[in-house]
Design a protein around this ligand. Structure first.
Ligand code: SF4
Length: 357
């Protein structure tokens, strides 16, 4: 199956067709895996030759997590809790330090591969365990299903976020014209096609849900181009082999049972209404922000990006990584200055790894 979607002849045919359309378009995607495919296979450069620019938006969950949230996790570790999170999140700097730095100070910060690893840690200790839970609609249902089991000595510091409100925020901010969105395959597996419809209806913008193989992305771009030529603005689904129109209703139900939408800040963005997830009242005891309200009351930072770092603008699609003066010089994956260089889904990390192909 995979090789069918990497067929060079078919890819070239599709690119030629796009070139023949003679368009001048700016599209945006909101998914780190799409960015990986675009850069790794050189599609970005080939599409540019066809007059189509595909800019990355806020599609990396690690990158959009704010310094304030990282500071909250650091405070909880320093107050004696066991703080666990995913590998990439571990290395992103907060206001000054990362969770990795705090572990080096001797505090109990663990790297886990899943929330169930974190539950195993809680079962083996009497200490309070806090899971710094990041991720979009794809990972939040798993967090919700664990909360439903009502684990002991366990809570979450929720940094879960929802993609459609961020897409709407990008349009409303109006910093640049976006001709169409390539919507994320993983997130769409959960939320389906319908969750994006309000964007096309309200803002007259076409959208295509696409998979992650090179041909998926090229076909997705072609479908968007055809919508634009025909003057259509709707949600289409290139990734039908995985994404159903209604999404995964069971996962949506679990998510809705445990979480409710809340206003949330994203790195590089002002607060976006209903773009974050907080635990519902009946699960309040698992909400680290409620459980450790006093300890966390000291976190009130007005964080600015490190001097020269352009992560905020990169996450809003306004600049490319190599337009940052620190890229590849001061800032590398070994010595990251900003979040976009830490995560393997971050645009700076991806550009550094593959270069412009
Ligand atoms: S290269 Fe580094 S400093 Fe520059 S925007 Fe990317 S992460 Fe920030």
């Amino acid at each position: 199956m995979m090789f069918r979607y990497r067929n060079e002849v078919l890819a070239k045919e599709r690119l030629e067709k796009l070139k023949d359309l003679n368009l001048n378009l700016r599209l945006m995607h909101v998914c780190g895996t799409h960015q990986d495919t675009l850069v790794k296979f050189g599609l970005n450069s080939m599409l540019k030759e066809a007059g189509i620019e595909v800019r990355p938006g806020p599609g990396c969950p690690v990158c959009v997590t704010t310094a304030k949230e990282i500071e909250e996790a650091i405070i909880l570790a320093r107050k004696g809790k066991v703080v666990a999170t995913f590998g990439d999140m571990f290395r992103v700097p907060g206001e000054r330090l990362s969770l990795a730095d705090v572990r080096a100070e001797g505090f109990d910060v663990r790297m886990v591969y899943s929330i169930t690893d974190c539950i195993s840690i809680a079962e083996k200790t009497n200490k309070e365990v806090v899971f710094f839970s990041i991720g979009f609609e794809t990972t939040a249902p798993t967090t919700a299903s664990v909360i439903l089991t009502r684990p002991k000595n366990f809570s979450i510091l929720s940094a879960h976020r929802l993609i459609p409100p961020a897409m709407e925020a990008l349009i409303k901010m109006g910093e640049m014209k976006i001709d169409g969105f390539i919507n994320p395959g993983h997130v769409s597996t959960i939320i389906g096609e319908r969750a994006y419809e309000f964007i096309s209806k309200r803002y007259k913008i076409p959208q295509v849900i696409a998979g992650f193989e090179p041909l998926d992305v090229l076909i997705g771009v072609y479908m968007l181009a055809m919508q634009i030529i025909r003057g259509e603005t709707r949600v289409e689904n290139e990734y039908k082999r995985v994404v159903k129109p209604e999404g995964n209703e069971k996962a949506q139900h679990t998510l809705g049972e445990v979480f409710e939408p809340t206003e949330c800040s994203w790195r590089g963005f002002p607060a976006i209404s209903d773009s974050g997830l907080k635990l519902r009242g009946e699960f309040e005891e698992y909400d680290a922000r409620k459980r450790y309200e006093d300890e966390l009351s000291t976190v009130d930072i007005d964080y600015k990006e490190p001097e020269g770092c352009r992560c905020g603008k990169i996450l809003r699609g306004l600049v490319y990584p190599d337009e940052c003066p620190l890229f590849g010089k001061v800032c590398t994956p070994q010595h990251p200055v900003g979040a976009c260089m830490v995560s393997r889904e971050g645009s700076c990390n991806i550009t550094f790894r593959y270069g412009e192909r």
